[in-house]
Design a protein around this ligand. Structure first.
Ligand code: NDP
Ligand code: ZN
Length: 348
């Protein structure tokens, strides 16, 4: 199938229109017309090859919402016209222990990323959601629950699941004391989701500029990370801290904020961290952990959770040709929301 998207051709150049083919429908495939796609900071890292593993050309985008155009002969879950979504993975072996218990992101053979991954059958490069169409095997297609606004829900597919998954892993519930560092796409969803779980949520930011916004998302307070007196006053006050900072940094200053046995979960920075110090870890049996997106069943769970609790990402809608400006704004880090591309702005 011929389609069009926006691709990066190397780390230096802006994204530009790119005509390419989606694979012919296999028996288990669903062909989707993409309506909306969120803009994740990982898209920007990948376009600019920050992690060193980008394969060009790359069409980014892994917060995909659309409508089923066609289904393969073996598809049972979806029919033409259904509202569906695709997140950060499009395939895995589906037979290892991790796939069997619903953690396809940790597939022993490696999951296939929505973009800059390798198709398990043809070996072709996968291409993401900054495009008109995508073809995905049914097991990796999610259902958009009735009542969830199609134009706004795309960021749940990455920002939502990536923050929901660790909140579940570390048993956040009513009364949990949760901190969220970095109030961008992931951070603002972490606040909304943790608040809906009944947690007391404190936003942790480089300044107080986003305070009014995040209080309206359900945070009880905002702690400015450069304010040493305020950081000290918050010592021992958190059970779980979700750290979404997207650049190389030292996580040590946030550790004393955790209570005994508390956990700081790194979901942001991928790669080398700045030098850290074990003292505050030892003095409180505190932990630092990592977390990677979430499995397919859990991604469906967070979509359903958001529909049930009326949670929607804060969205700034853009046209496809505004993507390079959006990337520039993302680098500045001063939005407590997510850009979403309205794919109707892109002509085939
Ligand atoms: P955003 O750019 O939307 O938000 C990041 C936030 O971090 C900013 O809003 C800002 O918040 C803070 N920040 C930005 N720059 C700095 C800096 N230099 N020092 C300290 N804080 C900073 O990014 P996303 O939320 O989309 O993504 C965050 C990270 O998570 C990215 O690195 C992304 O690749 C990664 N990611 C990881 C996933 C996983 O599975 N683990 C999945 C998806 C994304 P403030 O102004 O409040 O300080
Ligand atoms: Zn993402």
């Amino acid at each position: 199938m011929k389609t069009v998207g926006y691709a990066a051709h190397d780390s230096e150049k802006p994204l530009e229109p790119y005509h390419f083919e989606r694979r012919a429908l296999r028996d288990e495939d669903v062909s989707i017309e993409i309506l909306y796609c969120g803009v994740c900071h990982s898209d920007l890292h990948t376009a600019e090859n920050d992690w060193g593993w980008t394969q060009y050309p790359v069409v980014p985008g892994h917060e995909i919402v659309g409508r089923v155009l066609e289904v393969g002969s073996g598809v049972t879950k979806y029919k033409v016209g259904d509202n569906v979504a695709v997140g950060c993975m499009v395939d895995s072996c589906l037979s290892c222990d991790q796939c069997h218990h619903g953690e396809e992101q940790f597939c022993r053979e490696g999951m296939v990323g929505t973009y800059s991954g390798q198709d398990r059958i043809s070996g072709e490069l996968t291409q993401g959601g900054y495009s008109k169409h995508i073809v995905v095997r049914e097991e990796f297609v999610l259902s958009v629950p009735e009542g969830l606004d199609l134009a706004k829900c795309a960021p749940i597919l990455c920002a939502g699941i990536t923050t929901y998954s660790p909140l579940r892993t570390w048993n956040v519930g009513p009364g949990s004391r949760v901190g969220v560092i970095g109030l961008g796409g992931l951070g603002h969803m972490a606040i909304k989701i943790a608040a809906a779980m009944g947690a007391n949520v404190t936003a942790i930011s480089r300044s107080d500029k986003k305070k009014q916004q995040v209080l309206s998302y359900g945070a009880k307070d905002l702690l400015v990370s450069s304010d040493e007196a305020a950081m000290q006053a918050h010592a021992n006050q958190f059970d779980v801290i979700i750290n979404t900072i997207p650049v190389k940094h030292d996580f040590t200053p946030y550790i004393p904020l955790l209570d005994i046995d508390g956990t700081q979960v790194l979901v942001g920075q991928v790669g080398e961290l700045a030098e850290s110090n074990s003292v505050p870890l030892l003095m409180g049996r505190r932990r630092v952990a990592g977390s990677l997106i979430g499995g397919i069943a859990q991604t469906q769970e967070i979509l359903d959770f958001c529909a049930l609790h009326n949670i929607l990402p804060e969205v700034e809608m853009i046209k496809m040709d505004q993507i390079n400006d959006a990337f520039d704004k993302l680098k500045q880090g001063d939005m407590a929301s997510r850009f979403v591309i309205d794919m109707s702005s892109l002509e085939v």
